[in-house]
Design a protein around this ligand. Structure first.
Ligand SMILES: [Cu+2]
Length: 395
């Protein structure tokens, strides 16, 4: 007997219904299989197209303000958190400076910030680690840089791995809470708000989720620079440095993981003072560099709660924007700048002779608790400006 499955033709024999049913059943099966394959192929192709589209505008590293002039500038920052279970480099390099503003027409600038809780190396030389809370995986958070009149859109996401809600309050905002009310963001969630940057200057930003002091002490601070149209006067080198103190449950130099001490925090008794998030971030491989004759501008801020007597040993700030303000009178020729809790300054130096210049908070006990950096200046010596060599007599 011929197989009805092999020959799904119409049944020519009247009354032989079972063969007709079998034939139509076979035909329906073939059509179903064919449609399934075609639909599956469609969804596979569709998924590939969508995946390519999502990957096309890939995020760039660092703060990369791209466009000048009209239109919308998309500025993206990425997260650089390390693998779980190991302490990562927590310091944001002092060279991680956003590009200067050259345009004169306001635009819209978009920032993607992510709050990340990460185990970081607090004092690598002593093997000390700490669970930092961060903007974008580093301390300080990324330098944001916009122009007066820009509309700034902040997209804040809180990483899936976070244990806490986070937010952002930018001191450059004219509006309730500096944006903190509009940005309280649960773990794994996102929020967006915008503001117009009305006033030029260098401003702190920080997390403002209760208890705010805890979030800030754990590393949640950075700075936003609002430049006037056309930008600030150009200099040869720019650096981004923030001071913060740490309140830990073990003494400075203790090996292993240390934790926040709420008692020390609330009694204002820190046991670490750091530049850019950790001990030694601005020395050795992290040192700042310049050449004789360079004008160097340091964007400096205090993220946490102790004022800094900001000083660079062996040189003078010849130009200072007091409290980071732009538009008022400048200070000239000062030896150190007092920067209060949550305050900023822009301080410029022209180096005249080569050498290693040490960055300190002139409350010098703090040097022994971590607050020390270096600016290494190369170039020809000039004995008419400085004539001497290091003297160290053993005894
Ligand atoms: Cu927070």
């Amino acid at each position: 007997m011929a197989s009805t499955y092999a020959s799904p033709r119409p049944n020519p024999e009247p009354g032989n219904n079972y063969r007709a049913v079998a034939a139509w059943t076979a035909l329906a099966s073939i059509i179903t299989v064919t449609l399934t394959v075609l639909i599956g192929a469609f969804y596979w192709v569709d998924a590939q197209v969508k995946a390519q589209a999502e990957n096309a505008p890939s995020t760039s590293s660092g703060t990369t303000a791209a466009a000048h002039g009209h239109g919308t500038t998309t500025t993206t920052t990425t997260t650089t958190a390390g693998s779980a279970g190991s302490a990562v480099e927590i310091a944001r390099a002092a060279t991680d400076v956003a590009p200067p503003i050259a345009r004169t027409v306001p635009t819209t600038v978009q920032y993607n910030l992510q709050t990340v809780e990460v185990e970081g190396a607090l004092d690598p030389a002593n093997g000390t680690t700490y669970k930092y809370w961060t903007f974008n995986g580093k301390v300080p958070g990324p330098m944001l840089r916009v122009m007066q009149g820009d509309t700034v859109v902040i997209h804040l996401s809180n990483a899936d791995g976070s244990a806490f809600t986070h937010s952002i309050d930018l001191h450059a905002v004219s509006g309730t809470g500096g944006g903190s009310g509009a940005s309280q963001t649960l773990k794994g969630a996102n929020s967006t708000f915008s503001f117009k940057a009305l006033n030029p200057g260098l401003y702190l930003y920080h997390c403002a989720t209760a208890p705010v002091a805890t979030h800030v002490a754990n590393g949640m601070y950075g700075m936003i620079l609002v430049e006037p149209p056309g930008g600030l006067p150009r200099v040869d080198r720019e650096y981004y440095v923030m001071q913060g103190e740490m309140y830990t449950n073990a003494a400075f130099g203790t090996k292993g993981h240390v934790e926040l001490s709420e008692t020390k925090l609330l009694s204002e008794q820190p046991n670490y003072y750091v530049f850019d998030g950790r001990v030694g971030a601005l020395t050795g491989a992290g040192a700042l560099h310049a050449s004789v004759g360079d004008r160097v501008r340091i964007y400096f801020g205090v993220g946490t709660f102790k004022s800094s007597a900001f000083h660079v040993i062996g040189t003078i700030f010849d130009t200072v924007y007091p409290d980071g303000g732009v538009g008022g009178p400048l200070e000239r020729n000062v030896g150190l700048v007092n920067v209060p809790a949550g305050g900023t300054t822009m301080a410029e130096i022209v180096f005249r002779v080569p050498g290693t210049y040490v960055i300190v908070d002139h409350a010098l006990q703090r040097v022994q608790e971590g607050a020390s950096g270096q600016i290494i200046v190369d170039g020809p010596p000039d004995p008419s400006i400085f004539n001497g060599s290091a003297q160290m007599t053993p005894h």
